[in-house]
Every structure is written in C-alpha cells, then in structure tokens.
Design a protein around this ligand. Structure first.
Ligand code: FAD
Ligand code: SIN
Length: 527
C-alpha cells in the first residue's frame, strides 16, 4: 500500500525521541506552558538505550566539581569543551535531585547511613555514581515517563518514525523562501501502523534520537540506534562534529544466543578483573597504574590485542574475587541473565567481548542545545556538546542528557516567535513515488549487513588508513544505490533507517579519515 497523507499537526515544540534527553526536554518545555509532541519510532516509549543503562549516573563524590571535571577531561584526552564540562558538573547534582529524585521519584539505592550508595567505574578517581542496582536506566525511564504522563500539554506518538526535518528553504514551494535564512519548522513523520506520513509543524524541534551503535555488527545498543537524527540534521544543513569518536564498551556478554547484553563496568568497579583465555589477568601489562579501571578505550584495545594473541573470540570477566558486595543482590539483572545461560557469576568467569556502545560525536550544539540551524535543537547522545571529547567517562551520558535536555527544552519554550502560518500552508504534503517498488527484504537486509560489517571491520576498535579508504569507497557506491532505492520504494521504517544508516556511517568514516591523530576512541594504526 502507498504511504498515505496523514493529518497536519501543530505544536509549540516537537521532540523526536523518548529517552532521558527527549523526556527532560519535553518536561522542561511543557513546564514553561508550551504544547509538546514527543514522537518515538518504537511501539513502546521506553524502548531506547536509556532503558538499558546499567551502571548509574554521576552524582557527587569526594573532590567535588573540580575532580570530576579533571576526570572527564582526562578520559576525553583533553579535547573537551571546558565550558560544557563545567555546566554538566555544576548543574548535574541539582538536576538529579529535582527532576529524578523529587519529581520522578527514582529510588536510588541507599548507602545504609542516610545517603545514597556510591559506586565506581573506570577512570573515575573516586566513588560518585548513584545507581538502582544494575538497572538504573530502567528506573530513570520509568520515573520520567510517569512524570511526563501526568502532563496534559505533552502528547505522545509511538510507532512514529521521523523521516526528515522540514525547513523553509528546502520544502516551501514559494521560491523566495530559498533565499531566506534556513530554519526548521517541523518534520515529516511516518506512522508505521497506519502507513501514513504526517506533518508535525513546530517552530522548535528537538532531536533526541540517541546513538549509532546499530551501524556496527556488534553493539550494546537497541536496534533503533541507527543514527537517524545525525542523518536528518546533516540533510538539513546542521553541523556534525567529532564523528570519528565511537566508544566501544569492553564487556558485552559473549554468547551464541544472547546479543547486546552489557556486563556493567560497575562490576570491575567492585573488583572484577579481566582475564584472557590462558587465565592471565592482563590489564596490568597495558596500564599498570589503573589496571582494570583504565579508560574504556584503553581497556577495549587491550581486549582486542589479547583476543588476537590468544586466538580467541572473547576474554573473561572474573568476578569470583569480589567481596565488597553480594553479587546477586547488587547485580541481579546480570546474575539472572548469566544464570539463564548456565553461568553462576560468583563461581565462574563470564565470557565477554567489546562492542560499539556510545557516540561521542554528534550534532554540534551550544550550551542551550541549539544547532547552527535556527529552530533546531539536539540533545543527548545525538548531540555533541563537547562534554566527552575523544572518549566519554562512564555514567556521564545520562547526566548530560538530563542537563542538556532540560536546558534545551526551556530555551525552546522561551525563545522566539510562534509558528509562521504563511510558510506552513506552503509546505507540500508527503509525496509517495509512483509507481512504488515493492521491497525485497533480502536486499535491504544485505545492505544493512554490509554497512554493519564494514563499520565493524574497517572503522572499529583499531583502524588504519587503508581500511577507512576502502570503507568510504564502498559507502559511496552503496549511498547511490540506497538513495535511488529510497526514492522508488514503498516507505517503511527499515528503508528510512537504511537511508540514515548509510549517511551516518559515511559521516563517521569521513571524519575518521580527516583526523590523522590517533586519540581516545579514534585509534589509527600507523602505516
Ligand atoms: P535514547 O535513550 O537512545 O533514546 C532515543 C530515542 O529516539 C528513542 O525513543 C527512539 O525511539 C527515538 N528515535 C530514534 N530515531 C527516531 C526516528 N527516526 N523517529 C522517531 N524516534 C526516533 N550511560 C550512563 O550515563 N550510565 C550508564 O550506566 C549507561 N549504561 C548503558 C548501558 C547500555 C546497555 C547502553 C546501550 C548505554 C548505556 N549508557 C549509559 C549510555 C546511555 O544509556 C545513553 O547514551 C543515553 O541513554 C542516551 O539517551 P538519549 O535520550 O540520547 O537516547
Ligand atoms: C556500564 O554500566 O558499564 C555502562 C556505563 C556507561 O556506559 O556509562
């Protein structure tokens, strides 16, 4: 069936994405009296990376703001944006107390002495991360959705996949709009169930579409993390920066039947150690000072080299010596998942492997989440605020999403005039190709698989110039084919994601080629 034309809708603020960053933005904008639409391409609002966060969220610890700033910048290889780092450190604790603890009633684990339990993760010089056992993200997502669900001014749309941003200069039929400064005024959104494309008009659009993990063969991310926001922003003329910095998490469960399951770094924070197949604890060799709590990029590379040296597809995480906490009480989800595949984490080492985890780059934004295109904001993992530099410090991502989501939502609500009716009436409805080509799912699957294996093999944990060049030439060819396909095919969510995936993957490769300095999670072998 051809994609039909759906209703035209109007809101003050359109938020694309319902993870921590999108919900924080929606709550802030609605709190200022604005009408807000939150769209998610998933059937459930909670289906997003936020929901699967395990370790926790940075709060307060010894050494205060200064030490936290130092740790973030040290993990980020000192290419972070100092002002942004200061904002997240200064505003974080208050945002947690106000939005998560007071309003969303997230019950972080207590420490038994009237405070909150503080855990440790890699490259943190002190304990400062609060958590809800090992399923912190699910507790946060549930709390935020509970809070937002009570706000009348927020309307939710599930199963709605944004296709493209609408700008006056790209989409208005009036020729003079081409010559006026570009501004974003809404988005075309595909309703998967009704197979129709609606226009969501809003003078302020917030992209909160999350990461890019699914562009890689192995990832901790949900399947929806396909870089849609990065691609949409790029097509509308927004700047993308630091795209070469894709973080690989060192410890994803290695098992034939279980994909994408993270084994939290907090386990190492409590004393678990990485061991190769020969039974040797190897991190000491790579970083004698920090060992298993070295920055993530270093640990992921150490595992990569150990896997090569031992001719193995995995290493082990050994939690048998952990004594500070009761493993099954402190890490119930990890213990349960491992038990299901026959591993008792208190008695046996866990097979693990690194996988694509977090996008440190993204849509360039300022301290209020504004992009270079008026009307367009970006927050959370899809944005690059400069907080993370070349490598993100653990448990800073949820915090950044909360702080920038709130800042951007408020700014979007308080800034500028309302919608521009003259331009709106001039925006055409969605036009479907005629005749439409039926999609052969095998072709689409193979294209997606090509992208994912090319990214994994040529732009993964260890890169070199030859592989990057090959990846770019492969993607140049694939981009043409996919774009042609997109223009002729019946619209589906998969086609939308495929088109975005090839563009975002190409942006990552181009950035990696342009940056000859091996730094943080962009590691390029010599030669
Ligand atoms: P997400 O939560 O990923 O939400 C993205 C939203 O965008 C979804 O609602 C999705 O449906 C929607 N979307 C995407 N494209 C479209 C489209 N085209 N149209 C409509 N909707 C769209 N960070 C920490 O700080 N601490 C942790 O302990 C931690 N643990 C993690 C564990 C795992 C397994 C993973 C995967 C990540 C973890 N992270 C952690 C990272 C952190 O969870 C994410 O960076 C963060 O949750 C991203 O939030 P977000 O709101 O930007 O995006
Ligand atoms: C983890 O729990 O290991 C993930 C933490 C993070 O990505 O910040």
């Amino acid at each position: 069936m051809t994609a039909q034309v759906g209703p035209r809708r109007e809101f003050d603020v359109l938020v694309i994405g319902s993870g921590i960053a999108g919900l924080a933005a929606a709550l802030a904008a609605a709190g200022e009296g604005r009408s807000v639409a939150v769209v998610s391409k998933e059937g459930e609002l909670s289906e997003c990376n936020t929901n699967y966060a395990q370790g926790g969220i940075v709060y307060r610890g010894e050494g205060g703001i200064e030490l936290l700033e130092r740790d973030i910048v040290s993990a980020g290889c000192a290419i972070n944006f100092g002002e942004a780092v200061r904002v997240v450190c200064e505003e974080g604790p208050r945002a947690i107390e106000d939005i998560l603890i007071r309003k969303s009633r997230v019950l972080f684990d207590p420490d038994g002495a009237g405070g909150l339990d503080l855990t440790q993760e890699a490259a943190h010089s002190t304990r400062r991360i609060i958590h809800v056992k090992d399923h912190t993200g699910a507790a946060i997502e549930k709390g935020l959705l509970g809070q937002a669900g009570h706000v009348d001014r927020i309307a939710f749309f599930t199963g709605h996949c944004a296709v493209d941003l609408i700008t006056n200069s790209h989409h208005a039929r009036l020729p003079e709009e081409r010559y006026r400064p570009t501004r974003v005024i809404g988005a075309y959104v595909f309703d998967e169930r009704r197979e129709e494309v609606s226009i969501f008009f809003a003078p302020r659009v917030v992209l909160a579409t999350g990461g890019v993990g699914n562009l890689f063969l192995h990832t901790s991310n949900t399947p929806g993390a396909s870089g849609d926001g990065i691609a949409m922003a790029n097509r509308s003329g927004a700047e993308i920066i630091n795209a070469e910095y894709v973080q690989f998490h060192p410890t994803i469960l290695y098992h034939r039947d279980v994909k994408r399951f993270l084994i939290s770094e907090a386990l190492r924070g409590e004393g678990a150690r990485l061991m190769n197949r020969r039974g040797e604890y190897f991190l000491e060799k790579y970083n004698p000072a920090m060992k298993d709590l070295a920055p993530r990029d270093e640990v992921a590379r150490a595992i990569f080299y150990e896997m090569e040296a031992t001719d193995a597809g995995y290493v082990f995480l050994d939690a048998r010596q952990v004594s500070r906490v009761d493993l099954k009480t402190r890490f119930p989800s990890i213990a349960r998942q491992c038990r299901e595949i026959g591993i008792d984490i208190a008695r046996e080492p866990i097979p693990v492997v690194p996988a694509a985890h977090y996008f440190c780059g993204g849509i360039k934004v300022d301290l209020s989440g504004r992009t270079n295109i008026p009307g367009l904001y970006a927050v959370g993992e899809s944005a690059c605020t400069g907080v993370h530099g070349a490598n993100r410090l653990a448990s800073v991502s949820l915090l950044e999403g909360l702080v920038w989501g709130t800042r951007a939502g408020r700014d979007a609500a308080l800034s500028g005039p309302a919608g521009d009716d003259a331009v709106r009436t001039d925006i055409p409805d969605w036009i479907s190709p005629r005749p439409e080509e039926e999609i052969d799912p095998v072709l689409v699957y193979q294209d997606l698989h090509n992208i994912r294996s090319t990214m994994w093999n040529y732009a993964g944990i260890v890169r070199n110039r030859k592989r990057l060049a090959r990846a770019l030439s492969d993607f140049n060819y694939l981009s043409h084919r996919v774009e042609k396909f997109y223009r002729q095919a019946r619209l589906t969510r998969t086609i939308i994601e495929l088109r975005n995936a090839v563009l975002t993957a190409s942006l990552i490769i181009r950035a990696a080629q342009a940056n000859r300095d091996s730094l943080g999670c962009h590691f390029v072998e010599k030669g």
